[in-house]
Design a protein around this ligand. Structure first.
Ligand SMILES: NC(=O)c1ccc[n+]([C@@H]2O[C@H](COP(=O)([O-])OP(=O)(O)OC[C@H]3O[C@@H](n4cnc5c(N)ncnc54)[C@H](OP(=O)(O)O)[C@@H]3O)[C@@H](O)[C@H]2O)c1
Length: 305
């Protein structure tokens, strides 16, 4: 498993991380522990959580099955600031309380990384800065980032937070790649040319902010998996041909497509299937050619200008 340097070497993470949003779908604690062990065996020592996943149960079950020895060999990231059905909340009080809750459920003294889950338009950046300072000083959080933010939102936060934002977690897959479409279609008067996110990909590269790709096998907003899906015949035909060429699974090709981008994007995969997780990791061993990367991009229905 190859690593990615976050924040110019502040922290090293595997280029594939395991998302824990769905782990409560596993019926037993043994099954969750077994999934974690499989991931660790494959070099995935990075686990992505959020206070809201399964209403907190995802963190809880994870904490139940990890002892101190195992925890010290892993990197745990969690998120806060979504209050389901209510609002987004970047207040100092909410951020700190949320981290306290995550630490308790995860049964750990510290988070390696904390992300602000979705932009809060009512944010006061001074409050976020205050929360980050306190959490860092107390040793409860080592590093910080955001999720689903555009460049100016990150600029605003970084102005007050002493450039602590090292990560932006964004939805990104072959079938959901708005963050690259606009850059390929600059000044073209079609839908793909519409710059919806302010050039977030280029901004992150410029500022050394690592992008993490969430839902790397999904299309739409949780509409489903594009692999083996009859809605994407050409894409699957192309993926299957490359899977055969490289002797890996179709999931591995989907991840290899993300890892091939020179932005050094970390893929956060959400599988709860041990075999699939092991298969996905083979993506780290292959490098798609430039021609294959663009062929997949177009097979997903995109056109080059
Ligand atoms: N920041 C945010 O706003 C945000 C939002 C959503 C998610 N996330 C993070 O991103 C992580 C990944 O998200 P995700 O779980 O939506 O991503 P995903 O990895 O794209 O999807 C995982 C799901 O797809 C299924 N799947 C994968 N390959 C399949 C195949 N070939 N055939 C059938 N089913 C297949 C998996 O089933 P199996 O379990 O059977 O493999 C699992 O249910 C989450 O765990 C979370 O940590 C962040």
């Amino acid at each position: 498993m190859k690593n990615i340097n976050i924040g110019n070497g502040k922290i090293q993470v595997p280029e594939i991380g395991l998302g824990c949003m769905r782990i409560t779908e596993l019926k037993t604690k043994e099954a969750v522990r077994s999934l974690i062990d499989t991931a660790m065996d494959q070099g995935i020592n990075f686990f992505d959580h959020a206070d809201i996943y399964a209403g907190g149960s995802a963190e809880e079950i994870f904490g139940d099955v990890t002892d101190a020895g195992l925890r010290n060999r892993m990197l745990i990231q969690s998120k806060c600031a979504i209050r389901p059905g209510c609002c987004f909340d970047f207040s100092k009080e909410h951020i700190i309380n949320s981290v306290e809750g995550s630490l308790k459920r995860l049964k750990t003294d510290y988070l390696d990384i904390l992300l602000l889950h979705r932009p809060d338009t009512l944010m006061e950046p001074e409050e976020v800065a205050g929360a980050f300072q306190e959490l860092e000083k107390s040793g409860k959080v080592r590093y910080f980032g955001v999720s689903n933010e555009n460049p100016y939102q990150m600029e605003l936060l970084n102005k007050y937070c002493d450039n602590k934002i090292l990560i932006n977690q964004l939805q990104f897959s072959i079938a959901h790649c708005g963050i690259i479409d606009a850059g390929i279609n600059v000044n073209i008067h079609n839908d793909a040319g519409t710059n919806r996110d302010g050039g977030v990909l280029e901004y992150c590269r410029l500022k050394d902010i690592t992008i993490q790709a969430w839902s790397p096998f999904q299309y739409g907003m949780f509409e489903g998996v594009f692999l083996n899906n009859e809605k994407f015949p050409l894409l699957n035909k192309t993926i299957d041909r490359l899977a055969e060429k490289y002797q890996v699974s179709n999931n591995a090709i989907a991840i290899a497509w993300i890892l091939r981008h020179p932005a050094r994007i970390q893929a956060i995969v959400g599988s709860t299937n041990k075999q699939r997780v092991a298969d996905i990791c083979k993506a780290s061993d292959i490098t798609l050619t430039r021609e294959e990367w663009y062929e997949l991009y177009m097979a997903a229905g995109r056109q080059l200008p």
